[in-house]
Unconditional design. Structure first.
Ligand SMILES: *Cc1c(COP(=O)(O)O)cnc(C)c1O
Length: 368
């Protein structure tokens, strides 16, 4: 079987090794004569997997001991609501840095929570220009006294990513909360630079249905106590993410994906691979004599989601179709921005990206 070259934005490609391991272990997990998804989440067979997955997150991300690692459900979208429910006190104000569509959604949900919870929400910075996001904000309004500041490290739809180096103007205090859904584990990150990191698993961690939260224990302990119990972080922290039935098979697959990542050399090795992939694709765009055009500022270009345009929407549709015929799928841009988008998550093979770049060169030569 040849694998589809999946450039989809999420759910995304998973490492073949992780899938094959699941296939081997599917009907008889660890000699138990049943699959892992049929095991009780309170039983030894599953608990071992659960603990291993949590430990692999700590290992690969370098999570300090005073941070909690949680597996939750509801996707990053539920976090848009849970964060203010827990961290925005009555009379407090949450600040949001908005660099794309996901940041907008986070603000909208926080405003709903703030209306009933007695808090307020402020946009501390936005890079929206003419209805679009092609850069990063140069200035963030003072955030002193904010309950927390929310940022998005990589805006998946617009292809805009923070470098997370000394050029990144994130406020160090108050608590910094980061939606890292589409670039977590794709590059080395200093967890200590954040108070909370969260991500839906379906881009770089595993299948959909699992949400990863990494947060300072003290932040979660100090959260509001008037939210429904199931929506309070402390509930899940106390129960080691086993308060209610977790998505056991999803967490099992997270274990397989992270084991694969460790085998590859961990995050430093995958970062090098990811940067090389992005370089190949942006070079194909920049070297096309203007046939392909990347709308995002060079300094803000994402290494995970490469957004680009062709001279006309008709040519864009033609390329998507021709690429599919070659086994390259998921290249259509998000409906809200149009154009094309190639997502280059961890499990996207370098050879696929080279094949795409070659295909684009040939296409441009024929149609340019
Ligand atoms: C995909 C994505 C989301 C939404 O994730 P769900 O798990 O579908 O809720 C939120 N933020 C970012 C940055 C994303 O890439």
């Amino acid at each position: 079987m040849t694998r589809a070259m999946n450039f989809g934005a999420g759910p995304a490609a998973l490492p073949l090794e992780a899938l094959e391991r699941a296939q081997r272990e599917l009907c008889d997990f660890d000699g138990t004569h049943m699959s892992v998804m049929e095991h009780s989440h309170r039983g030894k067979a599953y608990e071992k997997v659960h603990d291993e997955a949590l430990a692999l997150v700590r290992q690969t991300m370098g999570v300090p001991d005073d941070y909690e690692v949680l597996f939750l459900q509801g996707g990053a979208s539920l976090q848009f609501a849970m964060i203010p429910m827990n961290l925005l006190p009555a009379g407090g104000m949450a600040h949001y840095v908005v660099t794309g569509a996901w940041g907008e959604k986070a603000v909208a949900e926080a405003e709903v929570v703030a209306r009933t919870g007695g808090g307020a929400v402020k946009v501390a910075a936005t890079s929206e220009k003419d209805g679009n996001y092609t850069s990063l904000p140069t200035e963030i309004a003072p955030t002193d006294g904010a309950a927390y500041v929310h940022v998005t490290s990589n805006e998946t739809i617009h292809g805009v990513q923070y470098a997370l180096d000394s050029s990144t103007p994130f406020p160090a205090r108050p608590p910094l909360v980061c939606d890292m859904s589409s670039d977590i584990l794709g590059r080395v990150v200093d967890v200590r630079a954040f108070d909370m990191i969260y991500a839906g698993a379906q881009k770089n961690i595993g299948p959909s249905g699992v949400t990863l939260v990494i947060a300072k224990k003290s932040l979660l302990d100090g959260g509001r106590k008037d939210a429904p119990v199931v929506l309070q972080y402390r509930t899940h922290a106390k129960a080691r993410s086993l308060y209610n039935t977790p998505p056991t098979f999803g967490i099992y697959l997270v274990r397989n994906v992270l084991s694969w990542l460790v085998g590859l050399g961990g995050v430093p090795a995958i970062e090098e691979r990811n940067r090389a992939k992005a370089k190949v694709l942006y070079a194909a765009i920049d070297g096309s004599g203007g046939f392909y055009r990347a709308p995002v500022d060079v300094a803000a270009r994402s290494i995970m989601n490469v957004v680009f345009r062709l001279p006309t929407p008709e040519l864009e549709a033609e390329l998507v179709k021709a690429a599919e015929a070659e086994g390259m799928i998921g290249l259509k841009g998000h409906r809200s921005v149009g154009g094309l988008r190639a997502s280059l998550y961890n499990a996207v093979e370098p050879a696929w990206v080279s094949a795409l770049a070659d295909f684009m060169k040939t296409f441009a030569a024929k149609r340019g």
